[in-house]
Design a protein around this ligand. Structure first.
Ligand code: COA
Length: 339
């Protein structure tokens, strides 16, 4: 990795957007057998945002991107690449091109990265590579998901967890490097623990042997999850990943200013922090208001914490994403944004 480090990656700016419709735990308890007490004590979630039917993922991804462009004093035309981390695209062929058009980023190449709740961390490391090699100068990395469209709203074991949103970060080529280290992992043998499986339904079983392609109809099942196994995976894999990243640059846990984990469950955030002996005041959390927004959760939390004036130049942020795949990854970042 170091041999390629001709250029540094600067985090130029951030943005985020969430839909206006707010669904509280109390509202959910009117339709399914659950309670605000159960959801908030087990997950830390009080409410989540849901995309209205007249909006698309591209609308919120565009809003988040425009905020990042404005704060970075860039025009969409200046972008060389758009990386769109989403597992809920509008189009199975990818939605990044729709985002490119919506922004008017006519000079930018664009493609989707599908890695669920790890998507943003993976996309950020991909963008970092393109900057380090000197290939591109300005890269927009967007994490957006609308899992509300893929959960079974009658399944209380899953639907209470998820919400919709979008977050964006602009990476810029620089003489200094804000990405201190990263580590990505996959364990495909456990992919069944959390998935939205593709299925093929056959319209006419009697003629199955001689089916023509048009008689096959593809679709996706609802999101399924083994909550206990995913929980155990997260609280063991994430601290180990962060320690590996710290070791890469020979610094200790006490140098971390902020711990920014994928916002899956408040108990996961606290357990990971405890394992690393990181105090609660360093743990970034907005899960209470948005639930798990998958690829969007990290950039939304990063943007909101920065906008509120809490993150300062020189701060070291440990960012970890984890989820379906199973995938997980960490980035250690040094904050260096001039306001
Ligand atoms: N409201 C009320 N009761 C519920 C419920 C709900 N929404 N969901 C489940 N229950 C019930 C179960 O049916 C079970 O009842 P039983 O004891 O009578 O069988 C009981 O509550 C305990 O369920 P359990 O699944 O053991 O709860 P848990 O403590 O493991 O918490 C999760 C469930 C989903 C909150 C937890 O496992 C978790 O957060 N896992 C990680 C999931 C995650 O983050 N996924 C995304 C990763 S990117």
């Amino acid at each position: 990795m170091k041999a390629l480090a001709h250029y540094g990656t600067h985090i130029l700016s951030t943005g985020s957007s969430v839909p206006s419709i707010c669904v509280t735990n109390h509202m959910l308890s009117d339709t399914i057998d659950t309670s605000d007490e159960w959801i908030s004590s087990r997950t830390g979630i009080t409410e989540r945002r849901i995309l209205p039917s007249n909006q698309s993922i591209i609308d919120i991804a565009t809003e988040a991107s425009v905020e990042a462009l404005n704060k970075g004093f860039l025009k969409a035309y200046d972008l060389d690449l758009i990386l769109f981390a989403t597992s809920t695209p509008n189009d199975l062929f990818g939605s990044a091109s729709q985002l490119q058009t919506s922004l008017g980023a006519t000079q930018a190449a664009s493609f989707d990265i599908t890695a669920a709740c790890s998507g943003f961390v993976i996309a950020l490391t991909v963008g970092h590579q393109f900057i380090q090699t000197g290939m591109y100068r300005n890269i927009l990395v967007v994490g957006a998901d609308t899992l509300s469209q893929w959960v079974d709203w009658s399944d209380r074991t899953t639907c209470i967890l998820f919400g919709d949103g979008a977050g964006a970060v602009i990476l810029q080529r620089s003489s200094t490097n804000d990405i201190l280290s990263f580590k990505l992992n996959t364990n495909g043998s456990e992919s069944h623990q959390l998935r939205i499986s593709c299925h093929t339904s056959v319209k006419n079983h009697a003629t199955q042997e001689i089916l023509y392609p048009q008689k096959l109809q593809h679709g996706y099942q609802y999101l399924t999850m083994n909550g206990k196994e995913v929980y155990k995976f997260a609280v063991s894999a994430v601290p180990a990943s962060i320690v590996k990243c710290l070791n890469q640059i020979n610094i200790d846990t006490d140098k971390i200013t902020w711990l920014l984990l994928h916002q899956a469950n408040q108990r996961i955030l606290e357990t990971v922090a405890d394992k690393l002996k990181i105090t609660d005041d360093k743990v970034i959390s907005n899960i209470k208001f948005y639930g798990n927004t998958s690829a969007a959760s990290i950039p939304i939390a990063l943007n909101e914490t920065f906008n509120s004036g809490h993150i300062c130049n020189g701060d070291i942020i440990a960012i970890s994403g984890f989820g379906a795949g199973l995938t997980w990854g960490t980035i250690l970042m040094k904050w260096n944004i001039i306001q």
